[in-house]
Structure formats: C-alpha cells, structure tokens
Write a protein that binds this ligand. Structure first.
Ligand code: FEO
Ligand code: CA
Ligand code: CA
Ligand code: CA
Length: 639
C-alpha cells in the first residue's frame, strides 16, 4: 500500500491556527467523549433523573442568529413550522409541468407519457435560479419512486414496457418556472416554455478524462460518450455561472440480470459499487436492455457521476463531469477559492466510503460567465484523510491527490490510466488510505468561505469491516450520525491541509449517556438522528435535514418524525424548525434570494404503505411534495 505518513499535530504547529481554537471551544464540548467503546453505549432509562439533569444544565445559550421559537418533535401526519410561519405545498409528485400534461390521477394507472410531463417522484436536492424579481426556475431532483404508489398493482407484478418507462420518467430532474403573486406567494407556472423533464432516457454527454474510454463503450454507444439518462439523483449543487449540478447516487439498484440468466460474475471493483445480478426491485432490465447486466456490463460505468445542466435552455444537453469521480454522489458543494479555482466538495454516501474534493484546472472569471461553462471538465480530484490524537474528536487532515501515476495509482497497481482512477474512484481512495467515513451526505460551505460542514448520517458497521472507531467517526454501531466541520489551512480550499472537529454528534440524552447521548448542543428538545440535507442561508445559519429512523421508540424515543433544524455555527446551538409527516424524509432546500421564502422537500411520506395522506389529507395517496415556507410578517426566514 501507499505510504503517506499521517499528520501528527505536534509536528505541525503551523496548523494550529486561531480559527480552529476559537471555534472548537464553542462547538462540541466533550460529554464523556472517551470514545466509542462498548462501555459508553450503556442505555439509561428515560426516567433517570441524572440524565435529565445533565440535559437541562448543558442546554446551550440562546443564539442571536436564531429568531424563531422551536417546534416540538412530532409524530403527526402533517408539516409543522414555527409560530408566525406558514407552509403550503408548492408542487407534488404527478402535478403537470409540461404543456398538455394531465393532472395527477391517484389510481396509479396513468401511463409513461403522462408521467413524463409531470413532476417526478421523491423530490430531493433543488436550486433556485432567478429570472426576474418575481419569476424564477426551480431545478429539482426526483431521486426515485415508490412502486407501492406509482402503480395500481403496487409493484407486485412484473412490469410491462410502459410501466418501466413510467418508472424511468418518475426519476431524473424537473425544471419549472415559478412566479410570485401579489400576495408574495410563489406558484408553479405549469405551461412555461422553460419547463423541462429530464429522465432516465434523456440524451447526455460524457466529458472529461473518462469520456470515450473503453470501459464506457456499449453496444448502443460505441464511442462511449453519449449515455442516456440520469437517475437516483440525490442532492445537488449550483454554479455561479448559472448551471445546476445533479448528483447520481444509488445507481447500482437499477442493473440486474434476468432471473433465467446465469448470475454475472463482476470484477471486485464493480462489486464495490453494489452491482449484482439480483438487484431486481426496479425491474428496468425487463424492457430496457441497457439495464441487463448479463448483456451490457459497461452500462453501469456511465452512472455515478455529477451531471451539469443549463436550466435556462430546455434544449441543452446535460453533461456528465467525469473529472469529479464516480461514486454514490450525495451533493456537490461548490465554492470559488480565493485563488480563483473552482472547488467542489463531494460525499460518497455509503458506510465506510469517503469524502472528496475537486479543484478545477482553470480559473473562475466573474466578468465572463460563458467562459466558465466547462471549468468542471478538467481538474484534480482528492480524497480526505483525517488524523486525531487518540480519543480526540478534533485534529488535522490532508487531501490526497487521485492522479494517475501518483500515490501508487499506477498500471502495476491496476489503474491503467486516469479514466480508471475516476471510474473506480472508491478503489483509488482505498489505495491511498483515505479515511473510511460514516456515510458522507451533504457538504455545505459557510458563506465566509472559511469553514466547511458535512453530515455523516450514520453507520451501523463502524467498528467492523475494516472501519476503525476514532477521529471523525468516534462511535461503534453509530445509529445517530454526526456533523464534521473543517477549516481549510489559512482559508485556502486548494491547500491540502485542514483542521477539523465535530460540530454536532447526534444522540439521545434521555435514553443514553456518554457518546450516545450526543454532544453538548444536543438536548431533549432538539434531538434528532441521521443528519443528511445541509445548507447555509446568506446570514450563515446552518440548516440541517434528517433522514432517520422515525419509530419514536427505543433509542429513537422523543425524536419523532424526520425534521429540519437550524444551527448557529458560532454558538453551536441547534433548534428544531420544522417537522415532517408520517414516514417521510426531509430533504432538499432552496432559499429565494431575498431569504424570505424557503422551499423544503418532503420525500416519500407514507413509504412502505405507512399511514400517511400527506399533503391532501382525507383518504388520499401520500405524495412527495415541495413545501413553500414563509413568515406571516414577510420577514427573513430563521431570523
Ligand atoms: Fe440520497 Fe445519501 O441520500
Ligand atoms: Ca440524502
Ligand atoms: Ca440519507
Ligand atoms: Ca431518501
């Protein structure tokens, strides 16, 4: 294996910079952070007066950034916002967005053509693109779809060809215009010429080092440059030159071998992505041969990328940016480094996978946005390695370059060229001894451009499978998750050194003590599990969305349904802002430029046939929905 010495803080006094010390002191204090040994996992009864007293004493001071009254945990089938706020559905799965598309019909019998003109399912990451003061485009990911609601037969039958195409059309991206009315509310303009559906069969172009590589060529695309479609689009990014980034996550679930074909023996580097013959739940292989693993083993290499879309031109061809690496992408947190390089932070959401950074070769030109259009085509990918003294949840880190010919990424070690390094980025990260992480989800860069945050959602496998307990992943069997924060050395995102700590460690202070009670900024009133969505508003409030267990029982007692919280990065205070309906995930957020509207995604209410009728109520079918949230007094959200 490649031998990079791990950074020892005592050898690098220059890295102990003041920002680090100042912010660390106010962030996570260590509530018995004696590390994730089994001894720290003991459960306490909820009624234990000692743990309740601890929770009360350690509640953080009130923050000047957070101006709303916290909402309690909820198990109700509704979307709750603080006093003085209103939340209304903006759009739900199946609402028409293209001209001539039919209205939603909850029978589950509408065909593929209808779905292809409607808002896709499972709303996820989204970005707001202003057109004028009162008109804008929303670009929204439709991550996947729930067959129990998509089809009248609930997915219990073999899909026919139209049903496969309907499923493919429920995936992808929806781009639609919204307009602000006289009351200040945003509404969908369902017949706007801007509106567009991008699905699992929209023509795309591969760009960058892996485009055209032999591993990308298929029977349908012998050049290896023109894949069809994008799917399992999880979270997102937005560039200052006006494009949308959509990130392909769990692409492996869509490729399978037919039941009557022999199992496909895939190379280990393909299996690392979860590809296997038996992933038949989505059934696309039945009527779209591209997804038949026994016939087209290269097709999966064309997914797992970040895709750049020009939302302003509905005829533009989306571009898959292979320079950013192939893995199960969560979001793409883009910032402009003081040097002018574009830097994109990227999480790979799988237990024990990694955190990445892309640095563009070219420089951003604020005076010529057209010149920036292909900055993501060429650059350098890095992967993070964290270090810490034993027992500490802060330390130093470095970014290791994933460039062919360097750091052991050579032909003799199995990487023929840079394309192979990128297509099998996970294997390259292992080769350079990157830190295995507790499922990196969203990354968010503070508006001061000096600190970066990433949700590590949970990891039941921590402590086994070669995933050592320690550093930013301090708990074995981590069911709650944490938020790691790092400061690029001297504010430079292109520098390969950083310092880090844990901003929050989720836990349950009413049922556990020690590490599993969470950090000191977690208390009985704000507790949650599995932080996932993450984003800053212009004032530097950190918004946290959850995709966790909603049983509200056992170790999750008191946490209720999935939710959205707001944190002050300076004081560390975290306050619950919203709660979602039954069996949903809260994911996706976009602020209007005036910060007086926030759009929040409610994904898969009622999944697995849980009893939800959100948003329409009554006996209606539950539908993934984007909520529009405003203050009754028109004020700034969160203040
Ligand atoms: Fe689509 Fe990692 O969440
Ligand atoms: Ca997510
Ligand atoms: Ca998640
Ligand atoms: Ca989800």
């Amino acid at each position: 294996m490649n031998q990079h010495p791990h950074i020892d803080p005592e050898d690098h006094p220059e890295l102990e910079h003041t920002d680090f010390d100042r912010l660390t002191a106010k962030g996570v204090s260590r509530r018995s952070f004696l590390l994730g040994s089994a001894g720290a996992m003991g459960l306490f009864l909820a009624a234990n007066p000692l743990t309740q007293a601890v929770a009360a004493v350690t509640r953080p001071m009130s923050s000047p950034l957070l101006g709303f009254k916290a909402v309690p945990a909820s198990t109700a089938d509704t979307f709750v916002v603080p006093e003085g706020y209103v939340a209304k559905p903006l759009i739900a799965w199946g609402d028409p967005i293209l001209k001539g598309a039919p209205a939603f019909d909850e029978s589950g019998t509408q065909n593929a053509n209808a779905q292809a003109g409607q808002f896709g399912d499972n709303t996820d990451g989204m970005s707001f693109f202003p057109l004028t003061e009162d008109r804008a485009l929303l670009a929204v990911n439709n991550e996947y779809t729930n067959y129990e609601y998509l089809f009248a037969h609930q997915g219990k039958q073999a899909l026919n060809a139209d049903e496969v195409q309907k499923s493919q059309a429920a995936h992808g991206v929806s781009i639609f215009e919204i307009r602000r009315n006289a009351q200040g509310e945003w509404q969908v303009a369902s017949a706007s010429d801007h509106n567009r559906r991008i699905t699992a069969y929209t023509p795309m172009e591969l760009t960058g080092p892996a485009a055209g590589h032999s591993l990308m060529r298929t029977a349908h695309d012998p050049e290896g440059k023109y894949p069809l479609g994008t799917f399992n689009n999880c979270a997102n990014g937005q560039t200052p030159w006006g494009t949308y980034l959509t990130c392909e996550e769990n692409f492996h679930k869509y490729f399978a071998a037919p039941e009557d074909a022999p199992d496909v023996e895939l190379p280990a580097r393909d299996k690392r992505y979860g590809l296997k013959s038996g992933n038949r739940d989505f059934q696309w292989y039945r009527h779209d041969e591209r997804f038949d693993l026994s016939k087209h083993p290269n097709e999966p290499h064309r997914f797992g990328w970040v895709v750049e879309i020009d939302p302003m031109d509905p005829t533009s061809t989306p571009k898959k940016r292979t320079a950013l690496g192939r893995f199960k992408h969560e979001n793409a947190a883009l910032t402009i480094d003081p040097s002018g390089h574009v830097v994109v932070y990227l999480g790979d959401d799988e237990r024990g996978e990694h955190l990445y950074k892309f640095v563009s070769k070219g420089l951003y030109n604020a005076d010529d946005q057209k010149a920036n259009r292909d900055l993501l085509e060429d650059g350098t990918l890095y992967v993070a390695r964290f270090s810490a003294k034993d027992g500490e949840t802060k330390g130093l880190g470095e970014w290791i370059e994933l460039t062919h010919g360097k750091n052991g990424l050579t032909a003799e070690n199995g990487f023929a060229d840079q394309a192979e390094v990128l297509i099998f980025a996970r294997e390259a990260a292992t080769r350079v001894e990157a830190t295995t992480m507790d499922r990196p989800e969203w990354v968010a860069v503070h508006p001061n451009n000096k600190a970066v945050f990433c949700t590590l959602t949970n990891n039941k496998n921590r402590g086994q499978d070669g995933q050592p307990v320690g550093g930013p992943n301090p708990r074995a069997k981590n069911n709650y998750g944490q938020i790691v924060r790092w400061w690029p050395h001297e504010g430079s995102h292109v520098d390969n050194r950083f310092s880090w700590d844990l901003f929050a460690v989720a836990g349950n202070p009413t049922t556990a003590k020690g590490l599993y009670a969470g950090s000191d900024n977690i208390n009985a009133e704000n507790m949650f599990n599995s932080p996932d969505g993450l984003g800053f508003d212009d004032a530097g409030r950190l918004w946290i969305q959850t995709d966790g267990k909603y049983s509200n029982a056992g170790e999750y007692a008191g946490m209720g349904n999935n939710q959205m919280l707001c944190a002050d990065p300076e004081s560390g205070e975290i306050r619950r802002f919203a709660t979602g309906p039954v069996a949903c995930e809260i994911t996706g957020l976009a602020f209007s430029p005036d910060q007086r509207t926030v759009f929040i995604g409610v994904q898969h209410p009622g999944e697995d046939l849980a009893p939800s009728h959100f948003p329409a109520g009554g006996t209606s079918k539950p539908r993934s929905t984007i909520m529009m949230v405003q203050r009754k007094d028109g004020g700034i959200i969160g203040s």
